[in-house]
Design a protein around this ligand. Sequence first.
Ligand code: TLP
Length: 346
Amino acid sequence: MKKIIDLRSDTVTKPSEAMRKAMCNAEVGDDVYKEDPTANELEKYAAELLGKEAALYVPSGVMGNQICLNVLTQPGDEVICEKDAHIFQYESGSPAALSGLQLSLVDGVRGVFTPEQVESLIRPESAYYMARTKVIEVENTHNRAGGTINPIENIKALSLLAKKHNLYFHLDGARIWNASVVTGISPAEYAQHFDSVSCCLSKGLGAPIGSIIAGTKDFIKQAYRVRKGWGGGMRQVGILAAAGLYALKNNIPRLKEDHDKAKLFSDKLSQLPNLFVDTECVQTNIIMLSPQKLSVDDFLTKCRENGLYLGTGKVGVIRAVTHMDVSFEDIEQAIQIIEKIVSSFL
Ligand code: TLP
């Protein structure tokens, strides 16, 4: 069978033997009664890692973000986020559908917006005819911008601004682990600036499913109720939580390898003709490519015919994501496939 190199996302990884063993041996109980020891251990471990009072295991990153927004707001409230934020682009309109929220979009540079940009969007409390600004949301790393890192000084300044205006501050930290490995800033140091955080176990960390949300005890108590109401109360979920726990304990430092693969990939591709790569954006494990003489669809099809699977980003942009199930040799092979395609247009 022809080998497939799958760079569509870091969500495509399969659990390793060691992770499967941890899952197989997990002690379980009914988590809706809070009696699953492994889920309880995962939540305790994650809360400590994030420096928060409490944490909750949820099935997905989308559910994590949406539960957090729901707990922080009332229908008719407004959330300020970046124009390419996952909660705006890729969560099926859930802020509106599930919580009656509207989003106010900021035009960031490589996914990063400044306090000055946000301040002008915050609505005065006296304006009863306007939506109430309630939350500022930041995504770190920023997916659609290409895995970019939000500088900690900027996060601190946004946090101070949120406090000044009595707003909540939410982190979509689906890939906060990637940011942490690059900057050396711990997940807890990032999380301390936010009221709520949502972090994925099923992306670079290699778990088959699951995210963690974290905040104060009271916040998590309310989140627990929303999770149940949205059908996210799970029973003997320790089988899956064991994978998440394994991922947190073993798979964070190795993300550096994925970043090195992304760098190798983007450096080599940036030297090829008929292809634009914004190498400055390649700060973690995501690479954005714009083919010059082929449509995105045709480029993707040609890659696929050669056993290379890539995904899409913004309009006209192709996304590649490195992860633990592709080797450096696979990346070299992927470069050769792309070189062959773009060189045929010389
Ligand atoms: N992102 C997916 C797709 O939805 C694009 C991917 O392949 O990268 N926040 C961020 C920043 C994300 O990138 C994602 C997933 C989520 C939240 C949602 O996580 P899941 O897919 O577990 O619901």
